[in-house]
Design a protein around this ligand. Structure first.
Ligand code: NAD
Ligand code: UFG
Length: 343
């Protein structure tokens, strides 16, 4: 049985689809801080399979012990966390408590129950601003520019120290680049609370008329058209990466090899803000009004992955291109709208 923390969230829900379709037994702990319980039914509808959801917090050790007592957990995929970069500077203590302390509780309970296999959601944010692109896993890490990024860096360090102290753990740190898109069914996707911080949800909300225009943050970056470049990856490709990471851990266990591995999950392609906007308008045949404004503080020029290591060691390969990402994001946005927000 695989325990998925934060499994009803954006990336967690798509990963559950991958795991259930691959025949895994799963259970979920989610406190619904950034999702709703109906996502469970959407996942059931897509996969035809049921699974147990514990509504609760990873800070609640009593509940976590109960989960480990009621289920034989072989490995944990750990998504649960707060993720809004801007908000993390306003309420840093909540971010450190939720993300860092929450992870400590989880690891203590895992250790107590002799479950020593974990896949952790890290982020390309740990690289900070780097001259050399594409980014490789062994690039020297720069200080994060915000508390959210620092929680990812701290948790990476905690997991590295844990492995050093006891090398019977199997730990995989997955550094995600920029996930966008949605499941092709249009049933699950990213539903941000309030005004979106991230580019793609802002584009889809502008296209549907909920926002007047998109603000393009800066046009004087050192990139091909002056707007910021990122490595956008379809959330289903990203989700598949977790299945591959789990399989790697299973193989290592069979061969008695304990390990801590780090993998970038990105496509290796860098696209600018205007590349995304123009592709979105073209493939969906819809206008997205935009205006160029000042840079957003803390943003970097360019960030994209060298994903060779994940390809060579996990067999990771992205199946979806930018057009698919734009189409699926739009399909999900239209579905929410058609459903009066109930979908
Ligand atoms: P999300 O907010 O959609 O999912 C996180 C889930 O965790 C939510 O369902 C939320 O309700 C739950 N949660 C939060 N705190 C919890 C707690 N204390 N106890 C139990 N459940 C809790 O976010 P996402 O985009 O799916 O991201 C998943 C993970 O990947 C996060 O750790 C995030 O930091 C990381 N990540 C995301 C991105 C991105 O751009 N989406 C990029 C890099 C890394
Ligand atoms: N952008 C705009 N207008 C917007 C929103 C974003 O022009 O309304 C631009 C940004 O300036 C940037 C690009 O679009 O150039 C992407 O911005 P996002 O906010 O979508 O993503 P970031 O790369 O800033 O950050 C994201 C996640 C972080 C994560 C990081 C690396 O939000 O949590 O990717 O994985 F750490």
């Amino acid at each position: 049985m695989i325990l998925v923390t934060g499994g009803l969230g954006y990336i967690g829900s798509h990963t559950l689809v991958e795991l259930l379709n691959a025949g895994y037994d799963v259970c979920v702990i989610d406190n619904l801080a950034n999702t709703t319980i109906d996502v469970k039914d959407k996942i059931k509808k897509i996969t035809g399979k049921d699974f147990k959801v514990y509504i609760g917090d990873i800070l609640d050790e009593k509940l976590e012990n109960q989960i480990f007592e009621e289920n034989k957990i072989d490995a944990v995929i750990h998504f649960a966390g707060l993720k809004a970069v801007g908000e993390s500077s306003v309420i840093p203590l909540e971010y450190y408590r939720n993300n860092v302390e929450g992870t400590l509780h989880l690891l203590e309970v895992m250790k107590k129950h002799d479950c020593k296999s974990i896949v952790f959601s890290s982020s390309a944010t740990v690289y900070g601003s780097q001259e050399v692109q594409p980014l490789k896993e062994d690039a020297p890490l720069m200080d994060a520019t915000n508390p959210y990024g620092r929680t990812k860096r701290f948790i990476e360090d905690i997991l590295k120290d844990l492995y050093k102290s006891d090398n019977s753990w199997h730990i995989i740190l997955l550094r995600y680049f920029n996930p966008i898109g949605a499941h092709e069914s249009g049933l699950i996707g990213e539903k941000p609370n309030g005004i979106p911080n991230n580019l793609m949800p802002y584009i889809t909300q502008t296209a549907i008329g909920a926002r007047e225009y998109l603000n393009v943050f800066g046009s004087d970056y050192k990139t091909h058209d002056g707007t910021g470049v990122r490595d956008y990856i379809h959330v289903c490709d990203l989700a598949h990466g977790h299945l591959l990471a789990l399989r790697k851990i299973e193989k290592d266990k069979e061969r008695n090899i304990a390990k801590l591995d780090i993998y970038n999950l990105g496509t290796g392609n860098g696209y600018s803000v205007l590349d995304i906007v123009n592709t979105f308008m073209k493939v969906n045949n819809i206008n997205v009004p935009y205006r160029i404004v000042d840079r957003r503080p803390g943003d970097i020029d360019c960030c994209y992955a060298d994903a060779t290591k994940a390809h060579n060691e996990l067999g990771f390969k992205c199946e979806k291109n930018l057009a698919d990402m734009c189409k699926d994001s739009w399909n999900f946005q239209k579905n929410i709208k058609d459903d009066g927000g109930q979908n």
